[in-house]
Design a protein around this ligand. Structure first.
Ligand code: FES
Length: 395
């Protein structure tokens, strides 16, 4: 039995000591301000909490090491500090998606213990372990600095700087909708939502970028306690091939078909808990005939290269841009240069986990997704499930 003090409340834990503090906070205590942005790799900082006065990553802290520990999340911050930090994050525009914000706030909290206002370099160094994938760091550091200045003014009984009046008129800054709640972790992301009797789905992905899926055996996976159902391509009632721009993305690969990449889905395990579903997904047995994969973009564009999607060119699109009289400009130019130019790959790499929740609602299907296009989500889901678009409600 392990005793912890979470935001001042005494809690006793009797499960596996190997479990992380993050799992305990989120799953058992339903405290969702610490976020899971990297599946326990300790690389994003979104789960930062205070443990015995120090900023720690909850995902890397095992419960067995925390007997009698004092744990503080944004919910347990002194209310004046909580409000100040939340307000400054909102006003300085430090909250875009806001998934990282509670972690930054808990990391920044350590700076409020100092006698003097830390210098900008100290603030930057303090928040360095945390990652933000959308706001950029300047506004976050500005928000922390502004909070520290006001905090010290209040502490020294000096008149605190009044933030600029914000009244939504043209030309005046105005905080984003629900930015304060988001900064403090009070506005739930899809991964934070919990419904009664909710089941959990976990996907089995292809192990090979290009292989014939000879067979998919789910018998062992079905034996795992808590497993309710395992779906494969055969269970999709509607159109299986989908896509945002080009309709070339199979939602699942069927037996006898060829995989196109290692993120192709072969099965979806549904179970009572996420742990059960993950265990079972690993037990789905797939027999592959591994084929040569296309892994070089320069070879891929050659006409004799293997086609990733059979019957379709590997060139998705060619784009030509010209302004004015290009031929004349080239002829008149003193020098011309012709080459192949490449840029770095840019992946937005959002911290929020990809997830969705679906539930019946008055004969329709309500879907909570973290996607940004509610209408396109509705269209694609209706197509896969052979439903009318009007019967799919996307939130
Ligand atoms: Fe930082 Fe989105 S606002 S990850």
């Amino acid at each position: 039995m392990i005793t912890l003090f979470i935001n001042g409340n005494k809690e006793t834990y009797s499960g596996s000591g190997e479990e992380s503090l993050l799992t305990y906070l989120r799953r058992d205590l339903k405290i969702n301000s610490p976020k899971d942005g990297c599946s326990g790799e300790g690389s994003c900082g979104a789960c930062t909490v205070e443990v015995n006065g120090k900023a720690m990553l909850a995902c890397r802290s095992k419960i067995k090491d925390l007997d009698q520990a004092d744990v503080v999340t944004t919910e347990g911050l002194p209310s004046n500090l909580r409000q100040l930090l939340g307000k400054m994050f909102a006003e300085k525009g430090a909250v875009q998606c806001g998934f990282c914000s509670p972690g930054f706030i808990m990391r920044a909290k350590q700076l409020f213990k100092k006698e003097d206002i830390p210098k900008m370099e100290q603030i930057i160094k303090a928040v360095n372990p945390n990652i933000c994938r959308c706001t950029g760091y300047i506004k976050i550091v500005d928000a922390i600095e502004a909070s520290l200045i006001i905090h010290h003014q209040n502490k020294n009984n000096k008149k605190a700087t009044t933030p600029e009046q914000q009244d939504a008129r043209i030309g005046k800054p105005y905080p984003k909708y629900q930015a304060l709640e988001t900064a403090l972790g009070n506005r739930p992301f899809v991964d934070d939502l919990i419904f009664d009797d909710m089941l959990f789905g976990v996907l089995t992905f292809s192990e090979h970028p290009r292989a014939v899926v000879k067979s998919i055996n789910t018998l062992n996976a079905q034996q795992v306690k808590g497993v309710k159902k395992i779906f494969t391509a055969k269970d999709i009632p509607g159109v299986r091939t989908n896509g945002l721009i080009f309709q070339d993305w199979p939602m699942m690969i069927n037996e006898g078909e060829v995989t196109n990449c290692i993120s192709d889905v072969l099965a979806c395990v549904v179970a009572e808990t996420e742990e059960q579903a993950r265990r079972a997904a690993e037990l789905v047995e797939v027999d592959y005939q591994v084929l040569e994969a296309v892994t070089d973009v320069h070879k891929a564009v050659k006409p004799d290269c293997i086609q990733v999607h059979s019957g379709q060119s590997n060139i998705l699109e060619t784009c030509s841009i010209s302004f004015g009289n290009v031929e004349k400009a080239f002829n008149d130019a003193a020098y011309t240069s012709s080459s192949v130019y490449t840029t770095q790959r840019i992946e937005h790499a959002f911290l929020e986990p990809e997830c969705a929740i679906a539930l019946p609602e008055n004969g329709k299907l309500r879907v909570y997704t973290q996607g940004q296009g509610a209408y396109i989500d509705r269209k694609l889901i209706a197509k896969i499930l052979a439903l009318n678009e009007a019967d799919v409600l996307v939130t």
